[in-house]
Design a protein around this ligand. Structure first.
Ligand code: PRP
Length: 179
């Protein structure tokens, strides 16, 4: 049987809490009284979204979109599948997308275009992690938790072949990815 790689802690639960609080504070300053729609991108951002929204003490709505770009591979396939789209109108609404990781940028570019066609009043992005070394398409991140190295990131909702999403820390799998 092949041995599974052992994840090493990159950001502890404590460090994540500090970052999520910082993001919630910045988001509160911008959205208080604006009744935004928070759109969480499944599956990777479900843990982050759950922690973040519980720190936002003002009226908001939460919606989910499910996209997939990795399939069962460790690196993005480049082909984005919209598994579950948005089923509410967002025309004229303040929209904040919550994502777990921006890697090549292809998923977010696809998603932000998809949402822009629905004519929201504003459209911003909150990302837990950013891996700029892998970027192929530029993406503007309005609220960022952590910049991460070019290693495979797992835990706190993020998977490797559907494993490790349940880890409480953000971890790395010690394996260099191709540039
Ligand atoms: C991951 C992540 C982002 C995307 C980032 O999703 O959640 O949506 O890949 O990669 P990119 O910047 O190279 O496009 P994934 O397709 O693994 O689905 P999941 O969230 O269900 O794990």
């Amino acid at each position: 049987m092949t041995q599974e790689p052992q994840p090493k802690v990159l950001f502890s639960r404590k460090e994540i809490n500090v970052a999520v609080k910082r993001l919630a504070k910045a988001i509160t300053a911008d959205y208080l009284g604006k009744h935004p729609v928070i759109i969480s991108i499944l599956k990777g951002s479900f843990v982050f979204t759950a922690d973040l929204i519980r720190l936002l003490d003002f009226p908001l709505e939460v919606e989910f979109i499910r996209l997939s770009s990795y399939g069962k591979e460790k690196e993005s396939s480049g082909k984005i599948d919209l598994i579950q789209g948005l089923h509410i109108p967002i025309k004229g609404r303040e929209v904040l997308v919550v994502e777990d990781i921006v890697d090549t940028g292809r998923t977010l570019t696809y998603l932000l275009d998809y949402l822009r066609h629905m004519e929201p009043a504003t459209l911003r992005l909150c990302a837990l992690t950013d891996k700029p070394s892998r970027r192929q398409v530029p993406v503007k991140i309005d609220y960022l938790g952590f910049t991460v190295p070019n290693k495979f990131i797992v835990g706190y909702g993020i998977d490797w072949d559907e494993k490790y999403r349940h880890l409480p820390n953000i971890c790395v799998i010690e394996e260099e990815l191709s540039e």
